[in-house]
Design a protein around this ligand. Structure first.
Ligand code: AMP
Length: 488
């Protein structure tokens, strides 16, 4: 099915052609005609499915078709995202797809000066991309008027709830006109998402797309067993001997990411770390340097990497396996995107065998193992529990101790228990950045003040409901779809 049959305007279609897309992805095929009709949608689609164009293209079409005559510009479309990185990327897409349409867009997120944002808003903006925290800062400073919003997009709504934004979202909803079009995108459907959708959406079209099957078909996955203390050496060897130019490496902790990037630097490789403790400027720079091949290795934690859109990323390395198997799937979803071949490699030490078993159980297949010559694991080394950080209460290892993965940040985290999964103590008190938040402060307030998330979900509450209960209530539907789905 060509793009031309979707009913998009000539200006919007032209930008799509210039971008080089020939066919709409499944989410675009389903969502675009419905959004053009003006209906609300609830779409189960993850990053990598082409969802951004799926809402941006019809949004541009609709706003362009009804440009109000004269007067000052007003924010007519609001796109909310959980993280700064995603906001920046969505804003870039709005620019790209909207290049032939006379509409203005802006992006606002925390961690950077508010003044240029105020100036941009003053000049007039039709389409605003924002993270919730900074958006509310503007509202309280009266630098933003949301009374003319016609279309609201909640992108990665599940992530926004996970990061404790439900109160902010509800505050923002209260500022919008009642009559508007609502587009909700979420990778998973938890009880909370359903409740939000019930309140927000009016007779929505339900769109469910299987995540692209790149993980199953286009990404080759391999495990290299190796002793923990030799992982860094093996990583350098693999990068150097295969001459990989652009490698995304995952660690479990921020500390581990920093340390590994430094060590790789000492090995003569350009490397940068990206995680929630880095300033926004440092993160943006690291990502930009990586994209333009000035940095060869980007070391990231799970949350920091979520939503990163890096075209044609050929190599993803799990320096440490995540203790939540679904995160493995998210990680390797960074490679083989939009139809490109990719390679996902996991360096697995004896401490992580239980994690690997859980991942293989989820994938419903064994991953091929290959010992690299010279890096054969020492059979006399016995598995040690990965330390869970200061608040840890046992469970499996989490990146400290021998495996060189850092020592966690000591924050208490939510157990991501899944009913009946027999996980036992698994995941309790996890100290990884990728873990979901558990702490609830007095009155259910978030405790770390980093309101717009910025890639770090640590320490945020989700309205006072016990975290374990939330996760028990949350059916994880994304992964089977991912593994069994069609293209994109
Ligand atoms: P998203 O899910 O929005 O993060 O998009 C994932 C990637 O798919 C981005 O790199 C897009 O540029 C790319 N993409 C989106 N739509 C298409 C399309 N119709 N054909 C090819 N690539 C696309």
């Amino acid at each position: 099915m060509p793009f031309s049959s979707l009913g998009l305007s000539a200006e919007v279609s032209r930008a799509v052609t210039e971008k080089g897309y020939t066919e709409p992805t499944p989410v675009q095929r389903q969502a675009i005609p419905v959004i053009l009709e003006g209906r609300d949608i609830m779409a189960g689609a993850q990053t990598g499915t082409g969802k951004t164009a799926g809402f941006t293209l019809p949004l541009l079409h609709r706003l362009h078709a009804t440009v109000p005559g004269g007067g000052r510009r007003a924010v007519r479309a609001l796109i909310l995202t959980p993280t700064r990185e995603l906001a920046a990327q969505v804003a870039e897409s709005v620019q790209t797809y909207g290049r032939h349409v006379p509409l203005k867009s802006a992006v606002i997120f925390g961690g950077v000066s508010i003044n240029p944002q105020i100036a941009a808003l003053r000049r007039g903006v039709d389409i605003l991309v924002a993270t919730p925290g900074r958006l509310l800062d503007h509202v309280s400073q009266r630098t933003l008027d949301l009374s003319q919003v016609e279309i609201l997009v909640l992108d990665e709504a599940d992530r926004m709830l996970d990061m404790g934004f439900i109160r902010d979202i509800r505050k923002i909803l209260a500022l919008l006109p009642k009559k508007r079009q609502n587009l909700l995108f979420s990778a998973t459907y938890s009880e909370e998402i359903r409740t939000l959708a019930d309140d927000l959406l009016d007779n929505p079209a339900l769109i469910e797309v299987a995540r692209r099957n790149t993980t199953a078909e286009r990404v080759s996955q391999r495990v290299h067993p190796v002793d923990a203390k030799r992982k860094r050496e093996l990583l350098s060897f693999l990068i150097g001997s295969n001459n990989w130019r652009q490698v995304l490496v995952f660690t479990r902790t921020k500390h581990g990411a920093n340390r590994l990037a430094e060590q790789l630097g000492r090995d003569g490789m350009t490397a940068a770390a990206i995680h929630g403790n880095k300033s926004q400027g440092a993160r943006t720079k690291a990502l930009a340097d990586f994209k333009r091949n000035a940095v060869r290795v980007l070391v990231a934690t799970d949350i920091a990497a979520r939503g990163l859109d890096i075209d044609q990323l050929p190599h993803v390395v799990n320096f440490e396996l995540p203790n939540v198997p679904e995160d493995y799937v998210h990680r390797i979803g960074r490679t083989g995107r939009a139809g490109n071949e990719g390679e996902a490699i996991s360096l697995v030490c004896v401490d992580e065998h239980a994690y690997l078993r859980d991942i293989e159980r989820l994938l419903k297949r064994e991953l091929p193992k290959e010992i690299i010559e010279g890096f054969k694991p020492d059979p006399s080394i016995k598995a040690e529990p990965i330390v869970q950080g200061r608040n840890g209460r046992g469970g499996r290892p989490a990146g400290g101790g021998r495996n060189g993965g850092g020592n966690g940040n000591g924050r208490g985290r939510a157990p991501r228990q899944e009913a009946g999964a027999g996980r036992g103590r698994r995941g309790e008190g996890r100290s990884q950045e990728g873990a979901r938040p558990a702490r609830t402060g007095a009155g259910g307030q978030r405790q770390d003040g980093n309101r717009d998330g910025g890639g770090n979900g640590a320490g945020k509450s989700r309205g006072g409901r016990p975290a374990a209960e939330r996760f028990n209530a949350r059916p994880r539907r994304e992964v089977p779809a991912l593994l069994g789905g069609g293209r994109d």
